[in-house]
Write a protein that binds this ligand. Sequence first.
Ligand SMILES: O=C(O)[C@@H](CO)OP(=O)(O)O
Length: 335
Amino acid sequence: MSAQVFHQAMGTLQSNRLLNNSGTHHELGNIRVQLIPKCFKLNIELSRNRNFRFGKKNFGIIQATASQTSVIESASSPSNHDTSDSKKKSNEAALILVRHGESLWNEKNLFTGCVDVPLTKKGVEEAIEAGKRISNIPVDMIYTSALIRAQMTAMLAMTQHRRRKVPIIMHNESEQARTWSQIFSEDTMKQSIPVVTAWQLNERMYGELQGLNKQETADRYGKEQVHVWRRSYDIPPPNGESLEMCAQRAVAYFKDQIEPQLQSGKNVMIAAHGNSLRSIIMYLDKLTSQEVISLELSTGIPMLYIFKEGKFIRRGSPAGPAEAGVYAYTRVCNP
Ligand SMILES: O=C(O)[C@@H](CO)OP(=O)(O)O
């Protein structure tokens, strides 16, 4: 499949079109795109029989550390094998962002921040569903936060991947951890995906709100005050991080560690959190501090960007297997 066809299939959405349109519909082949101003809600309706598989080609390559994969020539069957002589097809790289699935504290409507809470059963299902959506996109590197809900999401998503590579958490926290987790087979390495965990991708630290119920906090301090704590750009909750502070560490990490991987042609998945991903999207989509406050991310809905010639081009969300509509961004400030 050609790059052009691939791009059409994924919906040729330029991020800036989302920001300046006035709620009109656009037809892109079978893809109907609705653009709604202010809330940045992206609604992609796909006809049910739209096929998002990218042909039966083997795409080969992938060495965990030094190869370039094509976004376009995706994994089509679990039996595909890496071939070191595969040709590099493109300078593009894919970037997949996914907010973790529902956590036990999302379910209880508690401020979570950096408290390390696992997924609910629904969150597990969301992560698996996210994995199905991206199962045809080769993944060379995975970055997650240091928190279990993001790590569970990444690992569960990868159980659905057609290439059946094994995601392996890198333990670089000490010399001993590095030595004790070494792999001694080149072939096994090639069938692995390094997973880097980084605290910089953690949810923003919610300070003294962590563990409090969101509704009760609104009843006590007023809805407006709580909205300011949750969604203003530069006002932190008591003893916590503002979105601006969260962006400083998350975006710096993205630029220093992740962007070079994309530049070298590797496809990267990031599993992280509502606010660390909002900061990264602010950078990718060049949103202003006013625009980012209306940006909400759903749990477990992956978003795809193509990195090409130093630019990030948003492709929306790969379609779910059984549904017509995909919401990458949502309007409401989730409970
Ligand atoms: O509680 C949290 O840590 C976050 C994400 O769930 O909440 P909010 O939506 O207020 O950013």
